[in-house]
Write a protein that binds this ligand. Sequence first.
Ligand code: ARG
Length: 253
Amino acid sequence: MKNNVKYASLLLIMIVLISTLTACGKNNGGTLTFGTNAEFPPFEFETDNGLIDQYDGIDIAIAKMIAEESDMTTAIVNMDFESLLDALQNDQVDAVIAGMTVSDQRLEQADFSIPYYTATQVMIVKEDSDVFRASDMKDKKICVIEGYTGESCVIGMGYPYESYESGTDAVMELINGNCDVVVIDSATAKKYVHDNAGLKIVEDSEAFESEEYAIAVKKGNTELLDKINTIIEARIEDGTIADFGIKYTNAGE
Ligand code: ARG
């Protein structure tokens, strides 16, 4: 009997030890699942050796930071950009981090954290283009990405356009001469121009307003939203989020 008690307590200690080790002290609180659309460098992209599975980028680093500081494991679910807010609604994901600009329309579908990044739409054109401001697009072939705020901007300007599934697709059309200008977010545009010869960025701060990226949660999930806001606030203040920006913006340069 005495021996049995000893054995049982030894077993218990071992179980506790093993579970602590496998948890690495990280996932005691379960898994925090983030939805994203990993076709938006430098915020999220796929790579051989990603930070979380095959996913990497500024948003992935932020997602991992939030989960770790909440004592949770990070999971990333990659999907169409336009499915992200539905996935929140269906409880497929806990949060959405996707370089997503806060807009009135999106605020009807989800709650958003405090912003962590400020961006603006820009125009990517060929180096010899005669597009110098947004109004020069009026008789050009314009490419946008389906469901992105760049599309809403061009709709607002009243110009015809074609929409593509990803920034890479749209930039390919530009390179191949099937379109004259791609309207897309600034940091992503810089990445494409850096990676492809013969392209340049044209800015027009009067035509394109600044946009703020934030993390979305299901409407009413104040517990998670408060947690995210506390972490984002502290990590903006101590420069961690700015450092992620520098790291992924300069990568490969
Ligand atoms: N900021 C733009 C928007 O909210 C584009 C975001 C695209 N993000 C992505 N992960 N594909 O519409």
